[in-house]
Write a protein that binds this ligand. Structure first.
Ligand code: EPU
Length: 419
């Protein structure tokens, strides 16, 4: 546990508006895709978050040039090395994109298995199965993965599960493979669409992104372009969950409401009015929460990345609800922390049963153990009267730019204490 913590004096209504920053999970694969060409690629909307910093460090370590001009990132020069730094790979799951990016660029990659948040086992079998079908030789020794291909070949690939990262890696490889690739059972997340759009601006020939079947005609060479990530739907969802729970009147700008319908529908109730317009998503809530069960699943269903924030709200609901986590097998670390606040929770495998009635939750000292779990703890702490501390805020910094600043601007009493 680091000494730094977020201090929250909860119990305030939230009021005002925020504009969300660029989507972490779109920016990260776009940064990786930038090394598919030696020409300059510009990526707009790059947020100031730790995972983006780590990805830039990884690109530079591999020999690329990367320059930040505010939220605009310029990447050029391709890459010179095939072996990604062990320590950088271990800090972040998104180092997995280097497999697709390096194979597409120089036909070879060696890296330590990617790390990231502690939310369950995260194998790479779907990535590697697909790559093998494209002519890649793969080898896993201990925690090192080695992949090599003289030539990437187009292939017909059926993924056993719509993995976001595998769809993105295979999309990068297919873009420069010889011949045609058909990917079946693809992830359909908006971040896949953002990557495909970016690759197309670089000259790739892709059809069907956003559906379960993506077809790619490989091209010889990709070129420089300006790519854009769009707003972060999980940051938007986190703000919406806090507004629904604390009560108030909050408008979120910079995100497409179509990308988060499952989330908006779960928060809508007689206590919480959510309206959508071209301009933004407005939440007017009285701070009561309707007990409602949810199952996380791949897009367009309810995202696992919103599960802890939704869990936080259900701890205060007017009845009993069940939260079933089907995407990751270890994403309930926050449950024990909510119990420290007095929440009534029982865990049964991948399902949490929460009784929100007469719990009288109170402020507490809490410890984050992953990014979204940390955000969920802060959401709960903003609701309860009194001073809560959330330790390990570095997890939150992986995916939220100035978390405290955003919520302070809405009237929350939230500051970071650095020792
Ligand atoms: N899986 C396998 N084998 C594989 C790949 C995945 O079994 O080869 C399993 C995973 O273990 C997991 C499930 O499939 O149980 C889903 O994994 P997926 O590959 O879809 O996730 P990811 O690409 O590793 C991305 C996001 C996550 C987000 C998930 C699901 C990035 C950088 N990360 O991870 O984001 O939760 O998709 O939507 O895009 C976050 O932002 O907090 C975060 C964890």
């Amino acid at each position: 546990m680091s000494e730094e913590y977020i201090l929250i004096n909860g119990g305030r209504r939230l009021q005002g508006s925020v504009t969300v920053h660029g989507a972490k999970n779109a920016v990260l694969p776009l940064l990786a895709a930038a090394i598919l060409t030696d020409e300059e690629v510009v990526i707009e909307d790059c947020p100031y978050i730790r995972d983006v910093d780590a990805m830039i460090e990884l690109l530079v370590d591999l020999g690329a040039r990367a320059t930040r001009e505010g939220r605009r990132m310029r990447v050029s020069g391709g890459v010179a090395r095939t072996h990604a730094s062990d320590s950088l790979c271990k800090t972040m799951r998104s180092s997995m994109f280097m497999i697709g990016a390096l194979l597409s660029n120089i036909g070879e990659v060696e890296m330590t298995l990617p790390g990231g948040c502690n939310i369950g086992s995260r194998p790479l079998d779907i990535h590697l199965d697909g790559l093998r079908q494209m002519g890649v030789r793969t080898e896993c020794i201990g925690d090192t993965v080695r992949c090599k291909a003289e030539k990437l070949r187009g292939a017909d690939i059926v993924m056993r599960y719509p993995s976001v990262g595998a769809t993105e890696n295979l999309l990068m490889c297919a873009s420069v493979a010889e011949g045609y690739t058909t990917l079946v059972n693809c992830a359909r997340e908006p971040e896949i669409v953002a990557l495909a759009k970016g690759l197309k601006l670089m000259g790739a020939k892709i059809r069907g992104e956003g559906t379960s079947v993506i077809r790619v005609e490989g091209v010889k060479k990709l070129s420089g372009a300006t790519l854009r990530a769009g707003g972060d739907r999980i940051v938007a969802g986190t703000v919406i969950s806090a507004a629904a729970l604390c009560g108030g009147d909050v408008t979120v700008y910079g995100v497409d409401a179509n990308d988060m319908q499952a989330v908006l529908q779960m928060f809508r109730s007689e206590y919480c009015d959510i309206s959508e317009s071209e301009l933004g998503i407005r939440v007017r809530a009285d701070g009561r929460i309707r007990a409602r069960s949810v199952i996380t699943a791949p897009y367009p269903l309810f995202p696992t990345d919103m599960q802890p924030q939704y869990f936080a709200c259900q701890c205060f609901a007017d009845g009993v609800s069940r939260i079933c986590e089907t995407v990751f097998d270890g994403r309930f670390a926050h449950a024990r922390e909510f119990e420290r606040m007095g929440a009534k929770i029982s865990l049964h495998g991948n399902t949490a049963v929460i009784d929100g009635r007469e719990c009288g939750l109170h402020a507490a000292t809490l410890t984050a153990s992953d990014l979204r779990g940390g955000a969920g703890l802060c959401v709960a702490a903003m609701k309860v009267e009194g001073e809560s501390r959330v330790y390990n805020p570095h997890f939150i910094d992986r995916g939220y730019e100035d978390f405290e600043g955003a919520f302070s601007s809405l009237g929350a009493n939230i500051v970071r204490i650095k020792k």
